[in-house]
Structures are given as structure tokens and as C-alpha cells.
Design a protein around this ligand. Structure first.
Ligand SMILES: Nc1ncnc2c1ncn2[C@@H]1O[C@H](COP(=O)(O)OP(=O)(O)OP(=O)(O)O)[C@@H](O)[C@H]1O
Ligand SMILES: [Mg+2]
Length: 297
């Protein structure tokens, strides 16, 4: 097993050979990587080291899941990419982040947005005093002059989220949790994202709604060609729509693979999908802890 995560870049046609840190150094080739997170470390308040040597790749047009339990470091990874850490007194202290062939880890967050990286925060951050439509339009604030295109995009959002059309004049403070998540995704779409960083869309929603929203996210990825990095604790759901997944624990990526491989992985079944007897018995089983130690080792 490789000791250190390594990202080796071959510049020929921007073809990237990514040396996987797990699975005995098998090489995977990502034809068109849109996002490359290379060995980053994130520190909060100058001393609290939260991410350690996190590497991941998201191919153009793909949907990749970032999986893990509470506090694993998923949101921190997304904020490192969108460069929103500063607001929380955090910073990338090692490593690099490349988007669309350019380093973005030192870039101003507004510029990162302009380049097409749009994050949908876990708490959705809606403007509760605005109506649904006004809130959606704030997503297109950098494109104020493109009136016709913005109108068309608004129609596109209503096409994917038909329920929002009837709520267009309602203040977002009064709509349901599911509708709020839809507005948050719709607002991100209004910015014409190349990469959407979607942080736990399932949080606080009933299972049926989660399924509906995930279906729509999958459709957006296919039809609108939006590349998506999806952070989720709901591993079963995420692996249904994502093509590839990275599993995080304690600020590290401990496992990665295509969705089918992850679904078939005994540890994933046991700890995250609850499909084995052990998983059903207790989520905090001692064995689980030992096995996890084995991953991290
Ligand atoms: N501003 C901060 N200052 C200090 N520590 C922080 C800060 N934000 C997060 N952390 C810590 O960093 C770790 C990772 O947190 P993060 O929010 O990235 O996890 P997560 O995987 O998104 O979890 P969840 O599923 O609960 O959202 C946690 O231990 C958390 O306590
Ligand atoms: Mg989080």
C-alpha cells in the first residue's frame, strides 16, 4: 500500500494519471478532470488541523460523492474548494486545488464563483424575506444584463422543480424544507455552474422528498451537464446517483472507488449501509472501530 497520497499529473492533453492511495496503488485514468484536490490540509484558527492530506478528482460532467459521518470533514472540503473557509477562520495550509486547469486555492472566493464553482451550503442560506422567484434571481446577479438568458434559466429551474412555480410569490421563509432545498439548488443553477458543490441536500428531509431531490439532481447532471460533487451522510442514496465516491473519516479519505465497488465493499455495507448483522446490531460496535483503524492505518 502506498504510504502517501500522490497525484501525478501528466500534461499530455491534460490527461491525468491519478495514483490511488488505496487498493495497492492501482492507477486510474481520469480523462478530463475538472477538479483536482491535491493533498490538502486545512487548519482552523491556526491550530486545529481538520483535513489531512485529502486528495480527490472530479471528472468533467461527472457526479462524485463525498461520503462520511458527522464531523468527517465533508463540509470543510467543499469550503476549501469554494474558498469560503476564511469566513470561518480556516485556511488551506498545505496542498493545491485546481479547477479547469487553474489553481483556485489562492483565488478570491468571488472569482472562484465567477469561474463556475457554486456551493450550496448545508443550511441552504436562503433570503427568507425574499419571494422564491426573487431568491432564485439572486443566483444570476453576475448576469444582470443578460435578461433573456436569465428568464430562460428561470424557466429551466421551474421545469426541473415544477412545485416552485406555484410558490414563486411566496416568501422563502414560509415554504417547506424540501422546497427550500429546491430553491437553494435552483438558485445555484441560475449562476450556470460548471461545478456544483452540494452539501448534504438530504439533511432534515423525509425519505420520499430526499429521493425526489436526488432524482432531480441526477437528471440535472445528465441533462444540463453540471458536474457535481455531492457531500452526503446518506451513503445509500448518494451511491445511487453518483458514479464514484470518496469516503472520509477524521479528516482523511479512507476509501474510494466507483459506486458499485463501494456498494459491494464489506466495510461500507457494515458501517454505512447497515446491511450486515453487525451493522444492524450496533453502529458503534467495537469491531467497527477496529476495522476503521485498519483503513486509516
Ligand atoms: N470553524 C471551525 N472551527 C474549528 N473546527 C471546526 C470548524 N468547522 C468545523 N470544524 C471541525 O472540523 C471537523 C469537520 O467538520 P465538517 O463540518 O467539515 O464535517 P462534516 O463531514 O461536514 O460533518 P456533518 O456531516 O456533520 O456536516 C469537525 O470535527 C468540526 O468540529
Ligand atoms: Mg457538513
Amino acid at each position: 500500500m502506498l504510504k502517501r497520497k500522490e497525484l501525478r499529473q501528466e500534461s499530455v492533453n491534460r490527461r491525468i494519471v491519478w495514483e490511488k492511495p488505496f487498493f495497492l496503488g492501482v492507477l486510474i485514468v481520469v480523462e478530463k478532470p475538472l477538479l483536482i484536490v491535491n493533498n490538502i490540509e486545512v487548519t482552523y484558527e491556526h491550530v486545529i488541523k481538520v483535513l489531512k492530506a485529502v486528495s480527490l478528482v472530479v471528472p468533467e460532467g461527472g457526479m462524485v460523492a463525498l461520503l462520511g459521518a458527522n464531523g468527517a470533514g465533508k463540509s470543510t472540503t467543499l469550503k476549501a474548494i469554494s474558498n469560503l473557509l476564511k469566513a470561518e477562520r480556516g485556511e488551506v495550509t498545505k496542498g493545491t486545488i485546481e479547477f479547469d486547469g487553474m489553481r483556485i486555492d489562492l483565488m478570491d472566493p468571488a472569482k472562484v464563483v465567477k469561474r463556475g464553482v457554486i456551493q450550496i451550503m448545508e443550511d441552504r442560506r436562503l433570503f427568507e424575506h425574499l419571494t422564491v422567484e426573487r431568491d432564485l434571481l439572486t443566483g444570476a446577479y453576475t448576469r444582470r444584463r443578460e435578461k433573456a438568458a436569465v428568464k430562460q434559466d428561470l424557466e429551466m429551474v421551474y421545469h426541473y422543480f415544477p412545485g416552485l412555480r406555484g410558490r414563486r410569490n411566496t416568501k422563502t421563509g414560509y415554504i417547506s424544507g424540501g422546497e427550500k432545498q429546491m430553491v437553494a439548488i435552483g438558485r445555484a443553477l441560475m449562476a450556470r455552474p460548471k461545478l456544483m458543490l452540494l452539501d448534504e441536500p438530504s439533511v432534515g428531509l423525509a425519505p420520499l422528498l430526499v429521493r425526489e431531490i436526488f432524482d432531480i439532481v441526477g437528471t440535472l447532471n445528465r441533462e444540463q451537464k453540471v458536474t457535481i460533487l455531492l457531500a452526503e451522510q446518506n451513503v445509500a442514496m448518494a451511491l445511487q446517483i453518483a458514479g464514484y465516491g470518496f469516503v472520509m473519516e477524521n479528516g482523511r479519505v479512507v476509501l474510494d472507488g466507483d459506486s458499485q465497488t463501494l456498494k459491494d465493499n464489506e466495510d461500507i455495507k457494515e458501517f454505512y449501509l447497515g446491511l450486515t448483522d453487525i451493522g444492524k446490531k450496533s453502529y458503534r460496535d467495537v469491531k467497527r472501530y477496529k476495522r476503521r483503524k485498519r483503513w486509516v492505518a
